[in-house]
Design a binder for this molecule. Sequence first.
Ligand code: S3P
Length: 169
Amino acid sequence: MSTPATPAVVLVGPPGSGKSTVGRVLAERLGLPFRDTDADVEQAAGKPIPEIFVDEGEPHFRQLEREAVRAAATGYAGVLALGGGAVMAEETRALLAPLPVVFLEVALGDAVKRVGLDAPRPLLAVNPRARWRELMEARRPLYLEVATAVVDTEGRTPEQVADAALEAL
Ligand code: S3P
C-alpha cells in the first residue's frame, strides 16, 4: 500500500494574517496546488460560511471544518491554508503534529486592514477589533503548539512572507 499524501506546507494564523494570499504565492513557488479549508467547507455545505453560521450554527461549521482538515491532511500533497479557528480542535492539532506548519504572525492593525477588505467573517461581525484580540489571545498558544515555524508578516509583502516561510521550514 502506498503512503497517503500529506500537505507540503500548512499555514495557520488568525483572520487577516494573509494565509490564502501567501499560500497561493507559496504554491506557485513550489509548483504545487493551493487549497483552503474555508473553500472546502463552503463547497461541502453548498453555501458561503456566513450562511452556514446563520442556518446551522458554529458547531456545524466546526464539524465541517474538522472534516475538511482531515481530508486534506491525509490525502493532499499541496499547500494548505486553514481557517483561523481550525486549531481549536484537538483532532486537528493531532493531525498537524507531523506536518510542516507555518504560523503567520500579524499585528491587530494589519489584520483589521486586511479583514476589512476581505470576505465577511461571522465571528468578527460585531466589534471586530476587540473580538480579534480575544480570539488571538485564546488561540495564540494553539498556533504556537502546532507551528514548526513562525513567520512575522509585519511590513512584508505576501512574496516576502512566502520567502521567509520557505527559509524557515
Ligand atoms: C474563522 C475564520 C475564518 C473562517 C470562519 C471562522 C475563525 O477563516 O474559517 O469565518 O474562527 O477565526 P479565515 O481565518 O481564513 O478568515
